[in-house]
Design a protein around this ligand. Structure first.
Ligand code: GUN
Length: 296
């Protein structure tokens, strides 16, 4: 842990990478190299950066990875054909279709087409359903799984805790709630999920032992919304104007970090908190998918 109240996501992600690398080495002795394919549609600059980062970590850990890039104009049926081919390829254990997908494509149809056994993103309805039911044989979406690991490995008490989740998206808010409400060790929390139509969001936050901000509004969580000593996890990635920055913009989270930090018991920096954990859990999911392929 850091000397102050920061939760060091980079350091915790590195520990998980070491565990994953050991599992990869063990699979290699059995003649198997995990294979992961990224599918990227269009030229969203953020997606290019994210997929590039995921590819670099894959190759560092010994996962065979590649990216298939498709034009903004690709049709849904073309994409479904690609996914079908990847589903049948025995060398591929994980398939990740980077979000966002262009609007003319039905993203639910795409995520449903990925084989649940290769759905290392955990977006397939079968995996989402398993998560809700508490069936651990499914894949959990990487960002909520990463936040969960951050809390556990930072020794933040979760059982019985009041947790406020800001944001009800399918990638973070909803699966995060499903994960922490389970009748299970490191879960058993009381969950309040606030969203754009919620009344009294600030009041809910002030009661919380843990606040997980994934609402997509820069600096949304202010110091007066945080109980002294609460744990604050910032999932947000928002681009804001900054005349002093070279590019004229910079990335900030959903938390007013400078003012919330002195009040929080523990807090994630952003960057350097949740982001590295998302990648760590993607790698872990991929290795599990490869391992399970030996049993199918
Ligand atoms: N876009 C933002 N986060 C994610 C993620 O976890 N997985 C995918 N596929 N796309 C994303």
């Amino acid at each position: 842990m850091s000397p102050d109240n920061l939760i060091d996501g980079r350091a915790i992600a590195e520990l998980i990478h070491q565990e994953t690398a050991q599992r990869i080495a063990a699979l290699k002795t059995r003649g198997l190299q995990p294979g992961l394919v990224f599918v990227r549609v269009g030229e969203d600059p953020a997606s290019q950066v994210y997929v590039g980062m995921k590819e670099r970590v894959s190759s560092r850990l010994g996962i065979q990875s590649s990216t298939q890039v498709f034009s903004e104009k690709t049709t849904e049926s073309e994409l479904l054909k690609v996914i079908d081919r990847l589903n049948r390829d025995p060398k591929i254990h994980g398939i990740l279709v980077q979000s966002p997908i262009p609007n003319h494509i039905n993203s639910a149809a795409i995520y449903s087409a990925v084989s649940p056994d290769k759905d290392v993103d955990g977006f397939h309805p079968v995996n989402m359903g398993k998560l809700l039911l508490g069936d651990r044989t499914g894949f959990v979406p990487c960002t909520p799984a990463g936040v969960h690991e951050l809390l556990i490995r930072s020794h933040v008490p979760i059982e019985g805790a009041e947790v406020v989740i800001l944001g009800r998206g399918n990638i973070v808010g909803k699966p995060m709630a499903a994960l922490l409400l389970q009748k299970a060790r490191h879960a058993n929390a009381t969950i309040t999920l606030c969203h754009s139509q919620s009344r009294n969001t600030a009041e809910h936050c002030r009661r919380a032992d843990i606040i997980i901000a994934a609402i997509g509004v820069a600096g949304f969580l202010k110091a007066d919304m945080v109980k002294p000593g609460a744990t604050v996890i910032d999932v947000g990635v928002n681009r804001v104007a900054d005349a002093s920055a070279k590019a004229g913009t910079r990335l900030v989270g959903d938390v007013d970090f400078a003012r919330v930090k002195p009040k929080a018991g523990k807090i994630t920096p952003n960057p350097g908190g949740v982001g590295p954990m998302t990648i760590a859990l993607l790698m872990a999911n991929t290795v599990r998918a490869a391992d399970q392929s030996l049993r199918n």
